[in-house]
Ligand binder design. Structure first.
Ligand code: GLC
Length: 694
């Protein structure tokens, strides 16, 4: 049962798609206090597990820390941070009577999940106007499902969005892009897309192309397309202030930019220096900005990533003045401890300063609203602008779209990547733990910068990260300017990395099928063990294993120099050990704790009881992949029959219908297993049904 409790007059965020009237206050379960916003306190039991908060740092179980719901540009995702790029105010408290909650409010909120007092969940909102949704269902799965129904169906990418994608900040001209493609081809490494970071633009201006560096842009797009490879440009939130630049001039003329107090376009600074911010909260401005993507779709582009949309601000005029004034004031002083710290702070606090977010305004439905009140909706609406633009450009087609900043509701329009991580083992761990929380908030199309964005990667880190990344819907290797190049061909041992990417392509029939079923039925692709094995307290506290779709469990290796890892099996499972360049070994493992020996070039995969995994022959792009000729690996536990619902479609139109699923059946007759399907186009090239030897 879902109930909505309304406090004050909330802003309509469009996070929720189900219209429901408010239940009478007081809010049950919580102690509510109104004073400088609202404070909600809930008394937890010592063993309650708290899931959720979407894109965030720390564990799957959020207990013991304080989180801030405030979309932030965080160049260094260290453990002391309290917020990342998204604001996902959804939690599930898994206690005796589990419940979920969603606070629909775009202003800053803090979630003290047992940080001040281990047994108290204290939620403090800056605003007094909000909708508080309480979700009470019998199981955790049902709560997650009910929430997803409430917020509407997740974004569905084109199938090519599941292919392997290469990115790096620093590809500067056509030659660089051709080189990336050629070197993948030389090493026969599958490749689906190459990303264009800010350098493709003319002086970092959105919807422009640097014609000196890219004299034949359209030809390059077409050339790559012929090879089955897409180019995916970045779009930044800030629009450069430059006379004669059409986007800037149209924006000023039509009042499409956020304004300062006096009603003039507000000036901030990002990559190009001084910019204005499109007022994407204003429907007219949003429509205008969204239609600008046509400049690139007309050139054959079919996918985009939206960046710096928290929005990130390097500095503002006012901030700069304050910093320089301070520096001037100590110019002739004897600079001691306080001046020295003050000097550093004056410069470091220029970027993303809360004071600046209070200096600009949005016009929404005739009302002027200060940005801080709507802060968490900016990235959402920039991405919504693009998605609504695509609807006009070609309503029948699926475009690839994902964003850095987000709010719940944006999951209907695009995916997210998890921003500027580093080449640290700890960030591989964070990636693993974050996936189910993102799924709970509707973000199915997501993934981290594989190999790590900042800092220099190492072969072993990249290897382990890819061994997990082959399962994330967005599978993109991305790195920052100046870091060690990490395209797979940069490594002498690229043969093994290639085999991992080839495995990813074999997995696509299963991944696509599971993704689509989860998106259309509001289910989780990545699920914590505690959601399935209820009542199993070890499963409830297992943070480094994930259920993956209906058939699989993942147990990635995430430590350097690991000789293997411990794994907890909540029930008997089929252990598939992938080794070397594609070799595999099967064995059934009993419920319980096991140590798996795994060299760097080995990773484990588990098939659940009476479930099957379908794989196809790998290929170099999704376009050429034959997903109808399949191999089956199944674990038959005391059963002579099992079935799998396999979904497939053309992968690029919106002609999506689960009725098109095929039923794959495994049946044992006269001691022999055979496979069949109600779809005559599906054939099988290998069947392995493993049973437990007693
Ligand atoms: C931001 C993005 C990163 C991108 C860089 C340059 O830091 O998060 O992915 O490479 O900007 O555009």
């Amino acid at each position: 049962m879902i109930r909505k409790y309304t406090f004050g007059i909330p802003f309509k965020t469009d996070a929720v798609v189900v219209d429901m009237s408010a239940a009478p206050l007081p809010l049950p379960l919580f102690n509510t206090k109104e004073e400088n916003g609202l404070t909600f306190t809930y008394q937890m039991n010592p063993n309650d597990v708290v899931y959720g908060l979407g894109e965030n740092i720390r564990g799957m179980n959020k207990r013991g820390f304080l989180y801030n719901s405030l979309c932030s540009d965080i160049p260094s995702q260290t453990e002391d941070k309290t917020a990342l790029y998204g604001a996902h105010n959804f939690l599930i408290v898994a206690g005796k009577k589990p419940f979920g909650l969603f606070i629909d409010c775009p202003e800053q909120i803090s979630f003290d999940v047992g940080y001040t007092d281990y047994n108290s969940l204290v939620i403090a909102t800056a605003a007094a106007d909000l909708d508080f949704y309480l979700l009470e269902e019998k199981t955790l799965k049902e709560i997650a499902h009910a929430f997803r129904v409430l917020i509407g169906k997740s974004y569905i990418p084109p199938k090519w969005g599941l292919g392997y994608q290469q990115s790096r900040w620093g590809y500067k001209n056509e030659r660089d892009f051709y080189e990336v493609v050629e070197r993948h081809q030389e090493k026969d490494i599958p490749l689906e897309a190459v990303y264009m970071d800010i350098d493709y633009m003319e002086r970092f201006k959105d919807f422009t192309i640097d014609e000196e560096a890219f004299p034949n842009f359209d030809i390059m797009v077409a050339d790559f397309k012929e090879k089955g490879i897409k180019l995916v440009p970045i779009i930044d939130a800030g629009v450069k202030i430059e006379e004669g630049y059409d986007i800037y001039e149209e924006g000023v003329e039509n009042h499409y930019f956020c304004t300062d107090k006096s009603g003039q376009p507000f000036t901030a600074a990002v990559w190009p220096g001084r910019v204005h911010l499109p007022d994407v909260l204003n429907p007219e401005a949003r429509k205008w900005f969204g239609n600008k993507y046509k400049f690139l779709t007309d050139k054959g582009i079919e996918g985009f990533w939206n960046d710096m949309n928290e929005p990130a601000i390097f500095y503002t005029e006012e901030g700069l003045k304050e910093a320089f004034d301070y520096l001037d004031s100590i110019h002739d002083a004897n600079i001691g401890i306080y001046e020295c710290f003050g000097m550093k702070d004056a410069v470091l606090n220029l970027a993303n300063n809360p004071k600046d977010y209070a200096r600009f305004y949005h016009y929404v439905n005739g009302e002027k609203i200060v940005h801080t009140k709507l802060h968490n909706l900016y990235g959402f609406n920039m991405t919504r602008a693009a998605a609504e633009g695509f609807e006009e450009i070609d309503p029948s087609k699926r475009f690839l779209l994902f964003s850095r900043s987000s709010y719940i509701g944006m999951h209907r329009y695009g995916g997210i990547w998890t921003g500027d991580n580093c080449s640290w083992w700890q960030h591989l761990v964070m990636n693993i733990k974050m996936m189910p929380s993102l799924n709970m908030c509707g973000f199915l199309y997501s993934g981290a910068d594989l190999g790590g964005f900042g800092c220099d990667t190492s072969y072993d880190l990249l290897t382990r990260w890819l061994q997990f990344g082959i399962f994330t819907p967005l599978m993109r290797n991305h790195s920052a300017l100046g870091t060690r190049p990490q395209e797979l061909y940069q490594f002498e041992d690229s043969g093994y990395l290639r085999s991992l990417i080839r495995f990813r392509y074999s997995l696509i029939p299963y991944l696509y099928s599971e993704y689509m079923k989860c998106a259309l039925r509001n289910e989780l692709l990545f699920m914590p063990l505690g959601f399935e094995y209820t009542g199993d307290s070890i499963a409830a506290h297992t943070e480094d294993q994930l259920l993956y779709g209906s058939s699989l469990m993942l147990a990635p290796v995430y430590t350097q120099n690991a000789f293997g890892r411990y794994v907890y099996l909540p029930e008997d499972m089929l252990y598939v050990k992938y080794s070397g360049t594609g070799g595999r070994h099967f064995c059934v493992l009993d419920k319980g704790i096991h140590y798996l020996e795994l060299t760097l070039e080995e990773f484990p995969l588990f098939i659940r009881r009476n479930q099957m995994l379908l794989l196809c022959h790998p290929d170099n792009t999704t376009e050429t992949l034959d997903s109808s000729n399949l191999e089956i690996i199944a674990f038959a536990d005391k059963s002579d029959y099992m079935s799998y619902e396999l979904y497939d479609d053309d992968g690029y139109t919106k002609n999506i219908d689960l009725q098109k699923s095929s039923k794959i059946v495994l049946r044992k007759t006269a001691g022999k297993w055979g496979a069949s399907s109600d779809n005559p186009h599906i054939t099988f090239f290998d069947i392995h049904v493993i049973t437990k030897q007693i």
